[in-house]
Design a protein around this ligand. Structure first.
Ligand SMILES: *Cc1c(COP(=O)(O)O)cnc(C)c1O
Length: 362
């Protein structure tokens, strides 16, 4: 790994990974039916429960997070029942598409991009119609909005038969998340965002209620069937060949995260969020996300100065930073400053100084 060619990722996923974590992947190969794997898996299991703040099991999937969208839907929503998707940006909309692609009956409750959901909106929707599941994105990465998961969970919890499925792909390990306390039945995430691992491995904390529901659904597929994963998890194993290199990396990274402390990690992200806000506002940019719901892991800057984001990205690349140019329909009218994973405030300062250099010369 040459340092000369190292471009630091300031993207809202995939993010920069520390060299020590990259190197952990270079361990000698192991067979996943050997005892050494069961030990690794059991260790991961204990640490994953600690960082999801859950007593539930945490499945480990050799996929990105999108795979677990399918898993959560296929195991939670019966054929003759409906699912409610709360959509407010590119990722929440895509999850609804995934449910449709799996043949589920989907209703959508949406708010404008940049806005957050309120518990009242969800309460109204649940009064009108039974849903097998409510799907919410914790941290909408496209818009930089963090939804009030705890308050919405409280509403969903009032309905015994309605499962609460939460995508926390870009929130988990950066923004506060308490799976058991917030009544979350599935909390799914992947490795390459706030966890700061390479891509290719995903995680889902899954409640007993979901496993009971899955029993009532005949066609759940195989690769992402929680009941199959459960059978193997009990033996500290996986049904198919797992990404062991990434698991060594996860093992080491979880130690680092537990040593930092979850609350400290959340606080570090809030501090970087505030730095990004201050930088943007002092330079007469807007903040795209609704006040009060702005993400600790990614700031979506409203490009009110009309800077050419392509030119800016090219400039930043010269400085050794890969930056984002906005996502989907708001590309260019916004750009995003990612401050997730293991990024430290000092690095964000360097990034912001490089942005300033661009603004001062253009
Ligand atoms: C990146 C992202 C996804 C997709 O995750 P993959 O790991 O790329 O499949 C889903 N939801 C959110 C909120 C994301 O940010």
């Amino acid at each position: 790994m040459s340092d000369d060619t190292h471009i630091r990722l300031v993207l809202p996923g995939p993010v920069e990974v520390r060299r020590e974590i990259l190197e952990a992947q270079a361990a000698w190969q192991i067979g996943h039916r050997q005892p050494v794997f069961a030990d690794l898996f059991a260790r991961l299991q204990e640490k994953l429960k600690q960082v999801f703040l859950t007593q539930n099991r945490v499945y480990v999937s050799g996929s990105s997070g999108s795979g677990l969208w399918e898993a959560a839907i296929r195991c939670s929503v019966r054929d003759d029942k409906r699912v409610l998707h709360l959509t407010s940006g590119a990722f929440s909309e895509r999850w609804a598409d995934v449910s449709r692609a799996n043949g589920k009956q989907v209703d959508v409750l949406s708010v404008d991009w940049g806005k957050a959901f309120t518990p009242e909106m969800v309460a109204d929707a649940l009064k009108k119609q039974h849903y097998d599941a409510v799907c919410l994105v914790h941290n909408e990465t496209s818009t930089g909005v963090t939804n009030p998961v705890a308050a919405i969970g409280e509403v969903v919890r009032q309905y015994d038969d309605t499962l609460f499925l939460v995508d926390t792909v870009s929130g988990w390990l950066g923004a506060a998340l308490r799976v058991d306390e917030w009544g979350i039945d599935v909390a799914l995430s992947s490795s390459q965002k706030a966890f700061a691992l390479p891509p290719g491995i995903a995680f889902a904390a899954v409640s007993d209620r979901v496993l009971a529901r899955a029993q009532e659904i005949p066609h759940r597929g195989y690769y992402f069937d929680f009941l199959v994963l459960e059978k193997y998890l009990k033996k500290n194993n996986t049904p198919s060949t797992p990404p062991t290199a990434l698991m060594w990396a996860a093992d080491l990274q979880l130690d680092a995260i537990l040593a930092e402390g979850l609350e400290n990690r959340w606080a570090r992200h809030l501090k970087m969020r505030d730095m990004a806000h201050q930088w943007a506002q002092e330079r007469n940019f807007g903040l795209y996300a609704q006040d009060g719901y702005r993400s600790p892991t990614v700031t979506t800057v409203h490009n009110t100065r009309g800077v050419d984001v392509n030119e800016m990205a090219a400039f930043m690349l010269e400085k050794g930073f890969a930056i984002d140019r906005g996502y989907g329909k708001i590309r260019g009218t916004t750009f995003r400053i990612a401050h997730m994973g293991d990024m430290q405030p000092a690095t964000l300062e360097e990034v912001l100084a490089a942005f300033d250099e661009f603004l001062n010369t253009n």
